[in-house]
Design a protein around this ligand. Structure first.
Ligand code: ZN
Ligand code: ZN
Ligand code: ZN
Length: 143
């Protein structure tokens, strides 16, 4: 199903409201330094006085991820976290599990290896998600 282009149907109230809320979620995500959960983003929005509901935040984040406007990871605690990344190009993340610091990296060696493994097994249209979790230098120093 094609996504709604709300600007073309301004008379339908629910779509207009969703668009404003989606924009609020996108802005909040852009200001977040690290990967954030829907609950964390919801709390941040409420703090600014936005009365947005948690379910709406969940839906907006899923939409943004579906439209490739946000990157998604599953963190150690099993929670889905989102981030508005600096680049639209395919990339990977090195993430500090203490403070959430995230570095975006390109990894040609990894791309080539994954492509060759998929080809070896006769797979086409292979996709992958590779993220490195660890402790950043600053957090390690603070220990
Ligand atoms: Zn990213
Ligand atoms: Zn850190
Ligand atoms: Zn890759």
């Amino acid at each position: 199903m094609p996504t709604d282009h709300a600007t073309k149907t301004p008379t339908i109230e629910p779509i207009r409201r969703d668009t404003r809320q989606r924009r609020a979620v996108r802005d909040a995500l852009a200001h977040a330094k690290a990967f954030v959960s829907a609950q964390e983003l919801h709390a941040a929005l409420r703090e600014t006085g936005d009365r947005i509901g948690l379910a709406t935040v969940y839906r907006a984040l899923a939409d943004l991820a579906g439209d490739a406007e946000a990157d998604v990871i599953q963190s150690d605690d099993g929670e889905t976290r989102y981030r508005a990344c600096d680049t639209d190009a395919h990339h990977h993340h090195v993430i500090c599990r203490e403070c959430g610091l995230t570095v975006e990296v390109q990894a040609d060696t990894v791309e080539r290896w994954l492509a060759s493994v998929a080809a070896e097994h006769g797979f086409v249209e292979a996709e992958h998600t590779v993220n490195i979790f660890g402790m950043c230098a600053e957090c390690a120093r603070a220990r």
